[in-house]
Design a protein around this ligand. Structure first.
Ligand SMILES: Nc1ncnc2c1ncn2[C@@H]1O[C@H](COP(=O)(O)OP(=O)(O)OP(=O)(O)O)[C@@H](O)[C@H]1O
Length: 587
């Protein structure tokens, strides 16, 4: 360790001048070490000044760095009373420093009290105790530009100019080193600022590009701003990042397929296929060959080998809708595929593998089905890794105006119309119970818009305003008898709000006209007991029966499909078929 004080003391003896250059070298060496240390520039400069004070026996030392506009940017001091620089920066001799910067030439003053570059306050600051003080200052250069000054002062004992010269040369060397360091720091700072700016810009770009739950939802056609829908979207955006099997629960028409697609689109599999199979719409043998494919000649009509949906969804997502409807033997087959990822085509012997992310959906109470032995518990656990319940529309009625407006806009676009809802009409929609959820709302808007006579849709344009709303009457019929099990969270397709249940249980009231309701909210919120039951054959509403038959025929006697066509739930259609004593045709 170098004893700087001892070295500095040797500097006092004129006979040992030769040693001064040694001291200077040691000083330069020590200061260069400080300057290359990875600390903040201000700290580095303060350390340089502290070291200098040992070499030069100075009272004060100051380094001032200039900003681009020429004003002081950094001022670091040593020997000043604490905070004196930051509190009163004018304390350091501004005019003297200004001259060094302007002339780019070192300045040496033997006695500051005699020099016109130092005013009374400078003298008071530098020589407050009345001693004679000498001053030295040199410019700090970065390249050929003056970027600051290094100045020191010390008690003047009348020493020769020669001694000052060597000290000035020493200061110039130190100032040059400081200049290089400042230059380096500024280059690094500029680079760092540029990189930070660039990183902020890229962050912004990424945020713009990254599909937020809302933007993906919009892209997938999901409409809804309610907290319930936002919370579902948030969850979906998290689950999408994983490969976990997801079970979408919810009443018919709540958008299970739509949300399954959104999940696929938010997932890393988005660029691959989204393949959908409705398990309820297919007989077991057909379902098997649909899912796993078949070999040529496997059965009558299998004229060529065909890939199944598992293969087609390889790398992508397979959406198994209405999974609660599959038979117990098919449950076993599906379980095997989900456990091993392996399957064979119908009629084939080769074991195939597919990398598929599974999303299943059901509006059935699977827990009850498991309890009743209708659904395998092991399959239940495998598909319900991440269960998500879609809220019924009546629990997020704030979404009704948005959805209705969008469906009407679609209708207008497709039919070249300019229909709009009156305030009253929107009120009717907002207060409707919609047991068939968004699908029913969509159908309701389509039907009403089709028959609307004027450009403004009014309350009496709705089917319920003409006592023709099939869903309302069906719902009324089931309200007290078919509650959605509490196990999967709340009201089910046919469970009605208490008021509606009460209304249904009341003894029949005299019929009232609802064609032009005075209170549109009462129109559909709870089907009035006064509505005639269109499925009561004694009451006679053959048109409803005919509509039912027509839908069943069109859907190939698949109840789930017919329900969808009519904007009803499968349970509702089942109820309607029983009411009308319509026998289901089997093929
Ligand atoms: N949030 C929503 N925004 C826009 N459209 C929706 C929304 N939810 C549902 N829909 C529309 O409602 C209809 C029914 O949706 P979907 O088929 O996804 O329901 P589901 O729950 O799968 O019904 P099911 O159980 O009967 O198969 C579709 O036309 C769908 O586009």
């Amino acid at each position: 360790m170098i004893d700087l004080d001892a070295l500095a003391a040797t500097k006092q003896a004129p006979s040992q001048r030769i040693q001064l250059s040694e001291i200077a070298l040691i000083g330069v060496y020590e200061i260069s070490k400080i300057l290359t240390a990875p600390t903040r520039l201000e700290t580095t400069l303060a350390n340089v000044l502290n070291l200098l004070s040992s070499f030069l026996q100075m009272r004060h030392g100051t380094i001032v760095l200039l900003a681009d506009d020429g004003g002081p940017e950094v001022a670091v001091g040593a020997g000043w009373s604490e905070d004196s620089l930051s509190k009163t920066p004018q304390r350091y001799p501004e005019r003297a420093i200004g001259q060094i910067i302007a002339t780019d030439v070192p300045l040496v003053v033997h006695n500051v009290a005699d020099h016109d570059l130092f005013d009374a306050s400078d003298v008071a600051a530098l020589a407050s105790d009345g001693v004679k003080v000498s001053f030295m200052g040199v410019p700090i250069r970065a390249g050929d530009k003056v970027v600051g000054t290094l100045t020191v002062d010390r008690i003047w004992d009348g020493e020769s100019v020669f001694r000052f010269d060597s000290d000035v040369r020493f200061l110039v060397m130190i100032a040059n080193l400081i200049g290089q360091t400042v230059k380096l720091h500024r280059v690094v700072a500029r680079d760092r600022d540029r990189l930070i700016e660039e990183s902020h810009r890229l962050q912004k770009e990424i945020t713009k590009l990254q599909p937020t739950p809302t933007s993906t939802a919009q892209a997938s056609g999901i409409i809804g701003e309610s907290p319930a829908i936002r919370s579902v979207l948030d969850k979906i955006s998290i689950v999408a990042r994983s490969n976990a099997t997801m079970l979408l629960r919810g009443e018919s028409g709540t958008g299970k397929e739509l949300f399954a697609r959104a999940l696929h689109e938010m997932s890393p599999r988005a660029s691959r296929a989204f393949v959908k199979v409705n398990c309820a719409a297919l007989a077991e043998s057909v379902l098997e060959s649909e899912l796993f494919g078949h070999e040529k000649g496997a059965f009558t009509g299998a004229v060529a080998t065909r890939k199944g949906r598992f293969e087609l969804a390889d790398g992508g997502t397979l959406f198994l809708d209405e999974i609660g409807e599959i038979s117990s033997s098919f449950q076993a087959k599906l379980l095997r595929v989900l456990q091993s990822g392996e399957f064979e085509r119908v009629g084939g012997t080769k074991t195939l593998k597919a990398d598929v992310r599974l999303i299943a959906a059901t509006n059935k109470n699977l827990e009850e089905a498991v309890r009743n032995g209708e659904f395998r518990a092991d399959l239940y656990y495998r598909i319900s890794v991440v269960p998500l319940l879609l809220p019924p529309l009546r629990e997020r009625s704030s979404d009704i105006p948005l959805l209705a407006a969008r469906f009407l806009e679609q209708f207008n676009e497709e039919n070249g119309r300019e229909l709009a809802f009156s305030k009253q009409a929107m009120q009717v929609l907002k207060s409707c119970y919609f047991p068939g959820n968004v699908r029913e709302l969509e159908n309701c808007v389509q039907r009403t818009a089709t028959f609307a006579a004027e450009a403004s849709i009014v309350a009496s344009d709705f089917a319920c305003g003409q006592d023709q709303c099939l869903s309302a009457t069906l719902w009324k019929g089931k309200a007290s008898t078919d509650p959605w099990p509490k196990a999967i969270g709340g009201l089910g397709p046919f469970s009605a709000p208490p008021a509606a249940v009460e209304a249904y249980r009341e003894p029949p009231q005299p019929a009232r006209s609802i064609a032009a309701p005075s209170n549109p909210e009462a129109l559909h919120a709870a089907p009035a007991a006064s509505h005639g039951d269109v499925f009561d054959r004694a009451g006679g509403d053959d048109s409803e029966r005919a509509r039912l038959l027509e839908a069943m025929e069109k859907s190939g006697w698949v109840q789930a499909k017919a329900a969808r066509m009519m904007g009803l739930t499968p349970r509702q259609i089942g109820y309607a078929l029983r009411k009308h004593a319509i026998e289901i045709k089997k093929f």
